[in-house]
Design a binder for this molecule. Structure first.
Ligand code: P6P
Length: 340
């Protein structure tokens, strides 16, 4: 019988990867794990409790906030505030960043950016949803946090992860030394190591994109979609199309099976829909650590300049060779966009 290794045991064990760390990052990851279990409990009974449907409020994205969105946001922010290891929180659900100026947090080392419940439009129809988080070191030396602390490029991340609330609940994270996946065992209430050292296959036969926007896609994307659909036995085409409307669910499937996820610019989202700080950057960090690739079609996601809190970006992410092929097609139609 293989011995069980919990998330907590694993985090402590890997603390040695950070010789100068005094356990703050370990405790921060633990705090996020605890909040994930609390959110999981509510997600799992969403159909029962009165937390379905809209909270009636609107977030900065102009999106209706589902009650579970708001609940999840509150749980993560509360856990981060009480943990004392984080001094600033950036959340999809909050217009401004939150500086935690309590005695235990105001000089904490870390900044956390989070999408507390990604894909929440799927909650009422019981399709997988997820949490995405990104962890940076604070840049400002002391006092109140500044925009310098929150507008950091993806390459500055010290850790990133996602939680997928699906047929089982998993927490997958990286601290820059590979990717490990933990499955929640409800019988003991612990995330247990189930997917050590995750690697995304270099190739895949699944592509994920909302083809409803086809008419407005850039020509390079249209060319790539057609490439995926052409019959070619040697390269296992046509590929399979899988798109759930929940990036975490689509990316987790592609992580396991190989595949590519694309959310390009569209008429409705001329800068892309997904947010750079708490969706694209953390997922790009994880996928790159697992041997995959992530770009906006021209530039590496992790190197994009960050100028706004809720900045959006186009994203093409997944199996390395599939992303390279999509970028090749994008290059056919548009000059290399200079780094922004
Ligand atoms: P569309 C969910 O709202 C989300 O941010 C991602 O999780 C998902 O991949 C995407 O938007 C879906 O967007 O425009 O295809 O409905």
């Amino acid at each position: 019988m293989q011995s069980i290794k919990t998330l907590g045991q694993f985090i402590i064990e890997k603390q040695a990867d950070f010789p100068y760390a005094k356990g703050e990052l370990s405790r921060l990851l633990r705090d996020i794990g605890i909040a994930s279990k609390i959110v999981n409990r509510e997600v799992n009974k969403a159909g029962l409790a009165d937390i379905l449907g809209d909270a009636g409020s609107i977030n900065i994205q102009g999106e209706g906030q589902k009650k579970l969105d708001v609940y999840a946001n509150e749980q993560f922010i509360t856990a981060l505030k009480s943990g004392g290891e984080c001094c600033v929180v950036v959340s999809e659900e909050n217009d401004e960043y939150i500086y935690i100026d309590s005695e235990i947090s105001k000089n904490a080392k870390y900044v956390v950016a989070i999408d507390p419940l990604d894909g929440s439009s799927n909650i009422d129809v019981n399709v997988g949803v997820g949490t995405v988080f990104s962890i940076f070191r604070r840049k400002s030396k002391s006092g109140a946090a500044t925009m310098e602390d929150v507008l950091q490029r993806g390459v500055e991340q010290v850790a990133a992860g996602y939680v997928i609330y699906g047929s089982s609940t998993m927490l997958v994270y990286t601290t820059g030394k590979g990717v490990n996946g933990f499955t929640l065992d409800p019988s003991i209430g612990e995330f247990c190591l189930s997917h050590p050292d995750m690697k995304i296959p270099k190739d895949g036969v699944i592509y994920s994109i909302n083809e409803g926007y086809y008419a407005h896609f850039p020509d390079g994307i249209k060319k790539y979609i057609k490439f995926c659909q052409v019959e070619d036995e040697k390269t296992s085409r046509p590929y399979t199309s899988r798109y759930t409307g929940s990036m975490v669910a689509d990316l987790h499937r592609n992580m396991i099976k190989g595949g590519i996820f694309l959310y390009p610019i569209t008429a409705k989202s001329p800068k892309g829909k997904l947010r750079l700080i708490y969706e694209c950057n953390p997922m790009a960090f994880i996928i790159e650590q697992a041997g995959g690739k992530a770009s906006d079609g021209y530039n590496r996601i992790l190197e994009l300049e960050v100028t706004e809190l809720h900045q959006r970006s186009a994203i093409i992410i997944g199996s390395e060779n599939m992303v390279l092929k999509a970028e090749e097609m994008m290059a056919c139609f548009s000059p290399q966009v200079t780094k922004k």
